[in-house]
Design a binder for this molecule. Structure first.
Ligand code: FES
Length: 178
């Protein structure tokens, strides 16, 4: 079954309900679903998810109407794209205009300092990575972060650090149990 049901309005959301697809949809809308926007859309997908997956490539191919081979070709040609998750846990902080105004940069700094990770980097043990994105398509929730795939909005430096700490503690206890 096609991931995106074809309609003239192109307003359907991704059936998974995953909020992160909104950022990709937003980029495609800005570029009016032009095939030439492929690179920009892939970039948006990588920023939002932290890395590319086959499902993302299929979704983008179907939405833009470009062959999967072309999408895959572009995604593998440019070194800026990766198919590997950055860390076991990852946090993407939106630093687009709306989020910037609401203190996104302070959140980035707080997480970087608290968890000793560089922006765009992963901790040496591979447990946690921190990246930023330009706009995750949920500006009304600014400042927005995506923590292990879950979109969270209207946080502060304190609540975000707390949430990251909780996620890391949970993953540590899962690792110990395993
Ligand atoms: S600027 Fe952050 S979601 Fe749009």
């Amino acid at each position: 079954m096609a991931i995106r049901e074809r309609t003239n309005s192109r307003t359907l959301e991704h059936p998974s309900g995953d909020e992160r697809y909104k950022a990709i949809d937003r980029t495609m809308k800005i570029f009016k679903y032009e095939k030439d926007a492929l690179l920009e859309v892939l970039n948006s997908a990588q920023e939002t998810f932290g890395y590319l997956t086959e499902e993302l490539l299929v979704y983008i191919s179907e939405s833009l109407g470009v062959p999967m081979s072309q999408t895959y070709g572009v995604a593998t040609f440019y070194h800026l794209f990766t198919f590997d998750p950055l860390g076991e846990n990852n946090c993407i902080v939106c630093t687009g205009t709306a989020c910037h105004v609401k203190g996104a940069n302070q959140i980035v700094e707080a997480i970087a300092s608290e968890f000793e990770v560089e922006e765009g980097g992963t901790t040496p043990d591979g447990v946690f990575s921190l990246t930023t994105a330009r706009c995750l398509g949920s500006c009304g929730l600014a400042p927005v972060i995506v923590l292990n795939g879950e979109v969270k909005g209207k946080g502060t430096t304190e609540t975000t650090v707390r949430e990251v700490r909780a996620v890391l503690a949970a993953s540590e206890s899962t690792a110990e149990a395993g």
